[in-house]
Ligand binder design. Structure first.
Ligand code: 5MM
Length: 341
């Protein structure tokens, strides 16, 4: 393992002003997104949509440091025959790959999930590296509800995240470690804070036990935030303050960067929260976005599967990428959104 090189890539993934595009929706999830805009989820439509994003010159060259791909996409070519991976590289961004294989019910733990995909992972990583992937992603899902999460679910998911991360580093691939505490319930921000603390502490304990080099990874956490159905929604400043307090308590400074998931926040909320956190600096790690929905909802709507809307889709994507790029430096203002509208 060349740790200097892993650290160089991890640092580039969280460079100030840039963040990561999570375009790794599995077939089921992208179908849901396409259903919402009335587009059939065929292999060629998925290719056309992602090609549109990767050819968005402004977004890709200025605000996107890396793209997380799904297995189908990493092997696909653009309409003109150029591998999609090459389009990403040519824009100056780094290709990455989602390597988990989704979740399964966790036996003896009703309502809880464990992420799978460790079998033959070393071999898959070798092929992805040859194709150009320089980082990977594995997402664990932790739900908050009555009596959950259990320490069993937190423990097995942390163990799998660390197994995955160690295999990535051995294959010279930077692991994005994503333990996502869902924001789907009616819990308040303090319950999210408490559960996320337990999850991150257990995750870093496992990473250390399995000898993962913290200097060669990126953490992709949720923010400390109110559940979507909670009657009392914490304001932006509280989300920022509690998230930074929590991360400072749980994430060692050796980690080069933290890149948030958006988790179902609106586009502008996700941007405002990241921006507010940068007002609380200096911070010990790079802090940026690795958004899926909060970067793609607008371009998906603008595109709606029509070739004549490609420019509109690219404009919508570039706008969100620019707003989040500014937020990753604490330079975003809500008036910039209105001006664009
Ligand atoms: C883009 O969505 C990713 C893949 O999800 P599925 O495996 O369920 O299709 C997801 O892991 C994503 O990378 C993160 O959750 C961040 O995306 P959001 O939309 O939460 O910012």
């Amino acid at each position: 393992m060349n740790l200097t090189e892993l650290n160089r890539i991890a640092t580039a993934m969280v460079a100030p002003g840039k963040g990561i595009l999570a375009a790794d929706e599995s077939s089921g999830t992208i179908k849901k997104r396409f259903d919402a805009i009335g587009v059939e989820s065929t292999e060629s439509n998925r290719r056309d949509y992602r090609e549109m994003l990767f050819r968005s010159r402004e977004a890709m060259s200025q605000y996107i440091s890396g793209v997380i791909l799904y297995d189908e996409t990493i092997w696909q070519d653009a309409k003109d025959g150029t591998p999609l991976v090459k389009l990403i590289e040519q824009s100056g961004a780094i290709p990455g790959i989602k390597v988990d294989e989704g979740t399964q019910a966790l036996p003896m733990c009703p309502g809880e999930l464990v992420t799978v995909g460790l079998d033959k992972l070393a071999e898959r990583l070798r092929k992805y590296y040859e194709r150009g992937a320089r980082f990977a992603k594995w997402r664990a899902v932790i739900d908050i509800g009555s009596g959950i999460p259990s320490m069993t679910a937190i423990g097995v998911n942390a163990h799998a995240l660390a197994r995955y991360a160690a295999l990535c580093q051995a294959a010279q691939i930077v692991p994005i470690v994503e333990p996502e505490v869902l924001m789907d319930g009616d819990h308040d921000i303090d319950r999210c804070y408490e559960v996320t603390t337990r999850v991150l502490n257990k995750t870093f304990q496992e990473l250390r036990v399995q000898r993962v080099a913290l200097e060669g990874m990126v953490l992709k956490p949720n923010m400390a935030i109110s559940g979507k159905k909670c009657a009392k929604q914490a304001p932006v400043e509280e989300v920022a303050e509690k998230t930074i307090r929590l991360l400072k308590a749980c994430v060692p400074a050796a980690v080069p960067g933290i890149a948030f998931l958006s988790g179902g926040q609106s586009d502008e909320e996700a941007t405002a929260h990241l921006n507010a956190m940068h007002k609380l600096g200096p911070l010990p790690w790079g802090l940026t976005f690795s958004y899926g929905r909060a970067l793609q909802a607008a371009p998906q709507k603008a595109w709606s599967g029509k070739a004549e809307n490609v420019a509109a889709g690219q404009n919508a994507f570039s706008h969100r990428a620019r707003m989040n790029g500014l937020a990753s430096k604490g330079e975003w203002q809500s008036s910039l959104e209105k001006k664009a509208a």
